[in-house]
Ligand binder design. Structure first.
Ligand code: HXC
Length: 258
């Protein structure tokens, strides 16, 4: 049996997935992505999990798609295996919140994987980049789309056309990451943040994620309507009654995720 490339564990109500292919700086081979997709789908289906943290090693979150695997591929190879379809696409469909805890390199597909998560907490040593241009290709898993939405056209063009890396500080200033923490605090901070989210009512957390993601896909009118209908729907949950009663009773809510 080959060793797992993605380690998983559940801490409290948080599912933790750790990319573990250190010799290749967590390069994202099809096997890594297959394992990751399976792990995240299992967390998504597990009632004991309320939020997910995805991380790598101190040196690399992920240094991109696996260049050694890709180098000999022809157009027919990538087309017929629908490269970046299937498992890569299925990562988008995870409904529970995912925090990317990024230390070291998040390059190419690694940066794209971090951006696919709901938000990024970066260690001070994090480096983000889309260096595909140096390999004669372009980003293939959302880099040209999500990076523009995250940091705007000027900076996205700069990064994608030059292939240069940006630091955690520049990424925070640009709005790519939600916060920057010391390297030795990264995992604890991400796990604490995920635990906080997992302590909320899961239906409201999932609906909030769905509504925010809609903002990128619909005109404002449609997005506002989608939000309002979901807001209305939450009044059908026991947790809405409990959350508001707890506030009025000056106590902590006991959510049942229903
Ligand atoms: C395969 C990789 C890899 C990658 C690193 N390695 N990145 N293998 N695919 N993306 C391997 C190296 O070959 C090397 O293996 C080992 O990891 C350590 O890497 P070094 O280069 O020796 O480390 P260092 O000098 O510290 O440099 C770190 C680095 C550099 C700056 C991150 O490795 C680098 O530039 N990597 C490539 C980054 C990149 O171009 N990413 C985009 C890929 S394309 P050996 O066996 O020699 O020890 C992409 C397309 C996305 O992501 C499309 C959608 C997914």
């Amino acid at each position: 049996m080959t060793a797992a490339l993605v380690k998983t564990e559940i801490r409290g109500r948080v599912g933790l997935a750790t990319l573990d292919r250190p010799k290749a700086l967590n390069a994202l081979s099809n096997e890594v992505i297959g394992e990751l997709a399976k792990a995240l789908r299992e967390f998504d289906a597990d009632e004991a999990v309320g939020a997910i943290v995805l991380t790598g090693s101190e040196k690399a979150f992920a240094a991109g798609a696996d260049i050694a695997a890709m180098q000999p591929w022809s157009y027919a190879d990538v087309y017929s295996q629908d490269y970046l379809g299937h498992d890569w696409e299925s990562l988008r469909r995870i409904r529970k919140p995912i925090i990317a805890a990024v230390s070291g390199y998040a390059l190419g597909g690694g940066c794209e994987l971090a951006m696919l998560c709901d938000f990024i907490i970066a260690a001070e040593n994090a480096r983000f980049g889309q260096p595909e241009i140096n390999l004669g290709i372009i980003p293939g898993f959302g880099g040209t789309q999500r990076l523009v939405r995250a940091i705007g056209k000027a900076k996205a063009m700069d990064m994608i056309l030059t292939g240069r890396m940006i630091t955690a500080a520049e990424a925070e200033l640009a709005g790519l990451v939600s916060r920057v923490v010391p390297v030795d605090r990264l995992l604890d901070d991400a796990l604490e943040t995920a635990a906080l989210i997992a302590s909320k009512s899961l239906p409201s957390v999932m609906m909030a994620k769905e509504c925010i993601n809609r903002a990128f896909e619909t005109p404002l009118d449609e997005g506002l309507l989608f939000e309002r209908r979901n807001f209305h729907a939450l009044f059908a949950t026991e947790d809405q009654k409990e959350g508001m009663a707890a506030f009025l009773g000056k106590r902590s809510p006991e959510f049942k995720n229903r």
